[in-house]
Design a protein around this ligand. Sequence first.
Ligand code: URA
Length: 256
Amino acid sequence: MERLQKVLAEAGIASRRKCEELITAGRVQVNDEVVTTLGVKVDPKQDSIRVDGKPIRKQSKVYLLFNKPKGVITSAEDPEGRKTVTDFFKHLKVRVYPIGRLDYDTEGLLLLTNDGDFAHLLTHPKFHVPRTYLATVNGVPHGTMLDKLRSGIKLEDGMTSPAEVDYYDVDPDKKEAIIKITIFEGRNRQVRRMFDAIHHPVIKLKRVQFGPILLTGVPRGKSRPLLPVEVEELRKAAQDVGAGKSHNIHKGELDV
Ligand code: URA
């Protein structure tokens, strides 16, 4: 059983808040009875639900892999009027929203869906699936510095948990290096703060892997639907944290 406003929102009628307004305005019927109180629970499979007399249709679930460019905000709306990830999906019949977030200046793999349960599973801290990034940093960090990131480093909100960290590419004139880092938790600006802590600030950050899913073959600003098998793999990775350990990505395999 689910709350009526949630079921309406998931059927793409409107946002959850707007659906609450529809209910209190007396425009929603459940099994031919008008419901005006909030919090009523329904069974979307059994109950007949209508809005303004029209039956709601269950939306098919959509799962997308997007290669987010930098300079795009990961939220549905931005009060400052900046470009948002949902601007890229206005042509779809369904409303999709991002699973987790990437900073405005971070690019790379972002999943979007209209499946609230799936999004919840993949963003819940208890089920945190590993995320892998290529971080282009200022200078070339010494191996002992990378060891610090591997074992855990003190940030202002506490020690980080162990990360997988490797050199991906080093600039011949040693001005910068690309470091591949996999983290198993998702604090705000975590990767940037980890490199700040070893005094090699991030110049460019790109997420290249999310659990078992790699960002390959999707140009910047473009998306592709996830295959059903990939959706299943992600569900499994969330339930079996650690199963999606980073692939052995080698230099040249991914666009930086
Ligand atoms: N870590 C960051 O610092 N930024 C991101 O966008 C993601 C992880």
